[in-house]
Design a binder for this molecule. Sequence first.
Ligand code: GTP
Length: 363
Amino acid sequence: MTQTPHSAADSELSQFRVKGEIPVPALINWLSAAAVPILAFFAWRSSQHGDNLNASVLLVFSGLLALNLLVFLGFRHKTLQRRGFISLITVLFTYLAVHAVEDGSAIIWLFAYPPIIFYISEARVGVFACAGGWLAVLFLFSPAGEWLFGSPYSSSFRISLVIVLAFEMVTCYILDQSRRRSKLGLLKLAAEFEYAAKHDALTGLANRREGLTQLEGEYQRYLRNGRPFSVLLMDIDLFKTVNDQHGHQVGDELIILVARTLASGCRKMDTIARWGGEEFLVLLPETTLAEASASAERMRAAVATQSVQTESGKTMGVTISTGVASIRGSESIDRLLQRADEALYAAKSRGRDQVCIEAKAAR
Ligand SMILES: Nc1nc2c(ncn2[C@@H]2O[C@H](COP(=O)(O)OP(=O)(O)OP(=O)(O)O)[C@@H](O)[C@H]2O)c(=O)[nH]1
């Protein structure tokens, strides 16, 4: 069954990739590959300035990001890669800000955090991480933060950074929401297209193409496991007369009524397809000829109890004729359908409102 877009959870939406969009694992790989030499460069600069502790910490981050990249390349575990990357950059950015790396100027790398986090994770993770990060910066810049960490940031820099960071985070959130909305729209459109491609617009049943697809799938299963399946080919009797006497609208109502009756008489595993104008194909997986003819007979009887109201207020009954056939040996799908069609033809020629099994009368 096609998933409806409305039920798509945020996480599923994050995994749904529009053609041309950069895949999250590829983006993380690229960012990691870029971050490893950048961190190594800053580690080298720190060691030049005699700050060996900072050089070691940056080298450790560089190594961990490289490790996360290699683990992904080895195991292809996307969730592990994403979580590892988010944890590492969150701790790294916190370290850059708190430790005031490069005389505090390294804190500007914090601006890389919001777009990355919104792109690679679910919306609520992005909001949580950004709000938490912003509050942490606010605390770092407060008198309490200054007393605790002794950071060197000037007051004008603090004000600017807090405001610009908030502006960037809100902008990233808005852009991310817009991206997610358009993805949702595409997901909805794709589901609608998929539904339209597989279903008949009038009855909501599978259309002929989908019926054939299901039939082919069942045929392949039969070739593998040898369990027989059956088909019922059904046709509304004297339908042309209904159209001619009462108009196409009543004819359409009758088709819908028969479709509903057939659907309510089938198992979940069965497929009912609108095969032609007033013709239906029922595919009964793992069903013998005897079981199929019993089902066909039940459906025939159920349809015969139905009626529609004509424009003159009279009730009009409806009957169907059915041809039944079961797969045999290594015959083709075409041959099976041909035998069902011959049985249907026999049911028509023997007076309609009856079920015929492979050219033999069943009633
Ligand atoms: N209202 C309506 N009529 C349709 C639709 N599709 C096909 N038809 C009509 O269905 C009729 C089929 O009639 P026939 O194939 O001649 O057979 P019949 O009158 O049912 O006679 P038997 O099959 O011999 O019982 C034609 O008049 C088509 O125009 C549809 O979607 N809606």
